[in-house]
Every structure is written in C-alpha cells, then in structure tokens.
Design a protein around this ligand. Structure first.
Ligand code: GDP
Length: 444
C-alpha cells in the first residue's frame, strides 16, 4: 500500500494527542519530533521536512488552538492542512487546448513507466473526458517501445501513430499531428524516448519536439519508488525543458511516499496523475487533500464514490432498485452486484478508502479474502435457475448437491442463503422507510 509506513507512524503519533483535553507546548514538541522522524523515514526531502515541522509547530502552539475545546483535533487538522498544501492543495487537471488537438508530451527516464502511462492516460481521457486520443510512438531508440505502445493501443482500441525507427522523432511528430487533424483526434499523446540518465542529446531532441508541437502539457513520468532520485529528475527535467506537471507511477508499491510529498515543494510543479498498478485503468487524477486524508486514516469517500460511479452501470442500478422494492431480487441479481463490486478493484484497497476503517481493531492490516467471494460465486453458479429465483425451494438434498457442485460445504451454502435473506430483509426495511418518508413529505 502507498504511504503505509508514514501512515502508520503519523496516525500513531496523532492518536496520542487527539483525545487530549489540554495540550502543552511540550506535547507539541514531542509530537513534532515524531512527525519529523516519520517524514524522514518516508524519504521526504530534508528541506521540506524542516519547513513542514516549523509551520505545523507554529500553528499548533497558537493561542486559538491551545485555548480551544478540542486542541488535539485542531492539531490533527493542522497536520492534514499542511500535508495537503505540501502536495499541492487542489487537484490540477489537464489544460485542454482551445483549438483541437490538445498536445500532451510525455517525457521521462527509461523504465519510469512512460509508455504504460501514455496508454493509461489515453484510456482515462477517453473514459472520463470523452476524448478521442491519438498515441504517437516517438521513441525510436528502443524498438520494443513502439511495439509496446502498439500492443497497448490494440488492447484499448485507441489508434497509435508510428513510422518505425528510421525516421527522426521530430518528423514522426509532424506527421502525427497531420494525421490527428485528418482523423479528428482531439488529443495527441506523444511517447518520447527515454534514457537511463539525463543527457544533452536527449534534452535537445525533446526541445525540438516541443518547438514543433507546442504542447499544451509536458508531463514528466517518474517512478515514485526511486524516492529522492525522482525529485532530482523532476528538477533537472524542469530546468532543462520545462514541465507542466508530473505523473507519478508505481505509487501502489511505494510504501514510503517521499517523492509524492516532496516533488511539489521542490519543483513547484503539480503532480497531476498517479499510477496505482500495471493495468490500463490504474491511473488516478491526483487529489492532494484526498491523499492527505488517506495518509491520516480519515478515508477517501470522494474517490470511493467516483470509483463506484465509473464501474456501476446506472441502468442496472435503477433496475435493481425496482427489483428490491418489489421484492423480486434474486440470487442472480446478488451475483451481478458482487461482480460489479469486484470491478472496482482489489477489495482491501477499496476498504482503505472508508473513513475509520483502520481504526477497527484487527482490520487495520486486513487482507480481504477474495477467495471467499469466489466461493459465493461458485455456490450461486451451482444452483439451477429456478433455485436462484426461489431460494426457499432449496431443501437439504439440494443443498448437498450445490455444495458438491461448488466444491464447498453445506454450511457454506447455508451461510450464503442466510446472508441473502438478511440482505433482502434489510433492504426492504430501508426502502420501506424511504417510501414512508416520501409520503410524509408530501403531506400538507
Ligand atoms: P518506459 O520505459 O518509461 O516507457 O516504462 P514502461 O512503460 O515500459 O514501464 C516499465 C514497467 O513499469 C512496466 O513493467 C510497467 O508495467 C510498470 N509500471 C508502469 N506504471 C506502473 C504503476 O503505476 N504501477 C506498477 N506497479 N507498475 C507500473
């Protein structure tokens, strides 16, 4: 999980102070010592740590905090505010061009995830912004890069413009822009060449491409797992060619988070996207406030809702509601629901977005047992259509058959049937209450 170490440490430290009815300057000092340690251990830039600790300390010993009724909570809020500020305050979206197409240049070192992120970005812009992107393979030094982009394009059914490796990148980009014009692509994403290290030739090439294409965005792709190296790379690229934002990859594997917390302060350039996995839908717009919330264990309800909206089919949801109201909700619908939830991503990641989840004892490090969901599916699949619509007919011998067919036990079949009944009951109560509420409101 991203920021795991930092989250644990900060939450542990803040917990000590939250419930306190009174805090002294000594308490704040003690807390800040731990916060400083937590940040350093998370590999945050030293200058950034110093600034952060200074600001939080000053604000925390301020009169209004000390005198307030809930000084502990005030301090937690200050830490959250400052963490948010550190990462950039507001989410900064893409600057779309007034005149089509919007040109986005992807730059970065080899292996940072440039090609993958180009694909993910195209996918995200199509899905979230209704755009029709064209991907451009301008990395002519690594032949596999072109192929890789073409494979990604095929997988996503997004067009990829390539001319092989014998033509100069600048010429490729020139032709690509022409093609985008002809095909009415409103976004052009250029996957440029990467190197192992920053060098003059590469920078010159990138400058030439920038000159020709006048990009609306120059995104630097950096690997968050490289910590402070990523920050230095960002600084160097920005000084050499000027970047408009950062796409921070592999945050899913970065338990420290130092790059995410330092890049903005050091370069003054916003993190616009974070990569959360290898799959093509694992790119998220970066929201500093939500991230701060997640780090402090306060959950991230907004992202949860967005994830649900993206993955839940609205027509289906309406149909479902109708079924629940009229009590025609069947095990097939239950299965359908389960599959929609699964589409939202790994369950333990989803649970971590829920506020207070980490405070439930024993669940803080819970790994959700996804095989349990697989079992539920298997049990339902082993039922006949009739059994799925009228589970009441499932008697002992049927249970035995279902358990055998699904490779589970009779107890597990029983458990599922019971859960299903309870869920139906609960929903009925809820919708009943809603209906009554509506009626009440209509009364004069
Ligand atoms: P490039 O050389 O910069 O074009 O890098 P690639 O796009 O080829 O990516 C290098 C490796 O990093 C590939 O194996 C990707 O699947 C992987 N990768 C990229 N982004 C992410 C991410 O956000 N999370 C994880 N876990 N892996 C990633």
């Amino acid at each position: 999980m991203a920021f795991e170490g930092l989250a644990q440490r900060l939450q542990g430290t803040l917990q000590k102070i939250t419930g306190k009815g009174k805090i002294s300057e000594a308490d704040v000092k003690e807390m800040m010592r731990e916060v400083r340690f937590a940040l350093i251990e998370a590999d945050v830039n030293l200058k950034v740590v110093k600034e952060f600790v200074k600001t939080v300390s000053e604000r925390s010993v301020g009169q209004d905090v000390m005198k307030s009724l809930t000084p502990g909570q005030q301090v937690v809020k200050i830490v959250k505010d400052e963490l948010t500020k550190l990462m950039g305050e507001e989410q900064s979206g893409i600057q779309f061009a007034r005149k089509s197409p919007t040109v986005i240049m992807m730059v970065g070192l080899q292996g940072a995830g440039k090609t993958t992120t180009s694909g993910k970005l195209a996918n995200s812009l199509r899905k979230r912004n209704n755009k029709q992107p064209l991907l451009v393979a301008a990395d002519v030094y690594r032949p596999a890069a072109i192929q890789q982009l073409e494979t990604i394009g095929k997988q996503l059914t997004i067009p990829v413009f390539s001319m092989g490796t014998d033509i100069s990148p600048v010429e490729i980009v020139r032709q690509a822009l022409k093609k985008a014009d002809e095909d009415h692509n409103d976004v052009v994403i250029i996957d440029t060449a990467g190197r192992l290290h920053i060098d003059e030739t590469l920078m010159q090439e990138l400058k030439d491409i920038r000159e020709l294409s006048s990009p609306d965005e120059v995104f630097l792709v950096v690997d968050s797992m490289t910590g402070q190296d990523a920050v230095n790379v960002a600084k160097n690229f920005d000084d050499a060619i000027g970047i408009t934002g950062v796409a921070l990859t592999k945050l899913d594997g970065d338990t420290r988070g130092g790059a995410a917390l330092s890049i903005r302060s050091v370069t003054q350039k916003p993190i616009k996207y974070v990569g959360m996995g290898e799959k093509m839908d694992a790119l998220e717009p970066f929201h500093p406030e939500r991230m701060a919330s997640r780090i402090l264990g306060m959950g991230d309800v907004m992202s949860l809702i967005e994830k649900a909206q993206e993955n839940v089919d609205e027509d289906k949801a309406k149909e479902l509601e109708q079924k629940l109201r009229t009590s025609t909700f069947t095990l097939d619908d239950f299965l359908d629901q389960l599959q929609q939830v699964k589409q939202m991503g790994p369950l333990d990641e989803i649970l971590k977005m829920m506020p207070g989840f980490n405070k439930i004892k024993g669940l803080d490090n819970a790994k959700v047992d996804e095989s349990q969901m697989g079992k539920v599916e298997a049990v339902i699949y082993s039922m006949t259509t009739q059994e799925r619509t009228t589970p009441e007919m499932i008697n002992a011998s049927r249970k035995k058959r279902i358990a055998k067919g699904s490779g589970t036990s009779i107890q597990e079949v029983n458990r599922l049937l019971k859960q299903f009944e309870e869920m139906k009951k609960m929903v009925k109560q809820m919708t009943g209450a809603q209906q009554r509420g509506k009626k009440k409101m209509k009364m004069p």
